[in-house]
Design a protein around this ligand. Structure first.
Ligand SMILES: NC(=O)c1ccc[n+]([C@@H]2O[C@H](COP(=O)([O-])OP(=O)(O)OC[C@H]3O[C@@H](n4cnc5c(N)ncnc54)[C@H](OP(=O)(O)O)[C@@H]3O)[C@@H](O)[C@H]2O)c1
Length: 255
């Protein structure tokens, strides 16, 4: 985030899955700028190394941890290590995919595409929440799940993705009930954001224009415009918000 520090996370540790690129990277750097120590998690090491260096450049502590959120044993080990060494005060379940094999009409969706989307977007978030539960409950912690407008409304030809993101909105509500009053759980529902995930959409002039025209603010968001609301939900400014889903979608779901 540019400009003045709007939130204060001094003395807290934030863990951001999918923190190496796109929205997760912007969230990780936003937390670092707001004073938190930050551990970004993803599978590919080179992109993570770059984010870890950028976090340290901002004066925050970080560490290099690769993690595939679909490996639930590795998830538990990873969160245990971070909790022991740095503590865990905030977790952002941001890792997500929407591969070609999961797009299109039902007939075109392969079993593998369906499983991959559910395994990363929903089961991965579930595993991270479970692995972080005791640390978050002990630290007045906050979990922020990154869903999508596809968690609030249907999106044609994206059935596994929409099912996974509706599941994440539901998981947010049920965890919020169980974890209150010790810890808060909220959800973010971004609209279209210019990242690797949507590269095929914004690289195609016709597709990009049709999405822009459907979006009242008439453009894709930058990742930093989603990072601010994620920090808000994790911050003390949102201390009475739990079980909530905040749409940050340029007005997409206002129609
Ligand atoms: N971009 C949009 O328009 C948009 C809109 C609404 C919601 N969202 C949601 O926002 C989140 C971030 O999206 P993005 O656009 O920033 O995507 P992105 O640029 O493709 O980045 C995805 C991140 O997730 C990581 N990741 C993927 N699979 C993983 C796995 N199995 N284990 C651990 N990390 C994994 C990736 O790193 P590795 O590949 O190295 O693991 C990367 O860091 C997703 O949940 C997405 O559904 C995006």
């Amino acid at each position: 985030m540019d400009g003045d520090v709007a939130f204060d996370f001094e003395g807290r540790t934030a863990v951001v899955t999918g923190g190496s690129r796109g929205i997760g990277r912007a969230i990780a750097l936003g937390f670092a700028e707001a004073g938190a120590d930050v551990v970004p998690l993803a599978r590919s090491e080179p992109a993570l190394e770059d984010v870890v260096a950028a976090i340290r450049d901002r004066g925050a502590e970080s560490r290099l941890e690769t993690l595939d959120v679909t490996d639930s044993e590795a998830v538990t080990d990873c969160f245990d290590r971070i909790a022991d060494d740095l503590g865990v005060d905030v977790v952002v379940n941001n890792a997500g995919v929407n591969p070609e094999a999961a797009l299109g009409d039902l007939e075109g969706v392969t079993d593998e595409g369906l499983r991959q989307v559910l395994a990363v977007n929903l089961e991965g978030a579930f595993a991270c929440a479970r692995a972080a539960e005791s640390a978050l409950l002990a630290s007045d912690g906050v979990l922020v799940n990154v869903a999508s407008v596809g968690g609030l409304v249907g999106l044609p030809r994206q059935h596994p993705y929409v099912a996974s993101k509706h599941g994440l909105v539901g998981l947010t509500k049920s965890l919020a009930l169980d974890w209150a009053p010790e810890a808060r759980v909220n959800c973010l529902a971004p609209g279209y954001v210019a990242t690797d995930l949507t590269e095929d959409l914004h690289a195609d002039d016709d597709l990009r224009r049709s999405i822009e025209e459907r979006t009242p603010l008439d453009r894709f968001a930058d990742p930093e415009e989603v990072a601010g609301p994620a920090l808000f939900l994790a911050s003390d400014l949102a201390s009475y918000a739990t079980g909530a889903t905040l749409a940050v979608d340029g007005g997409w779901t206002a129609r």
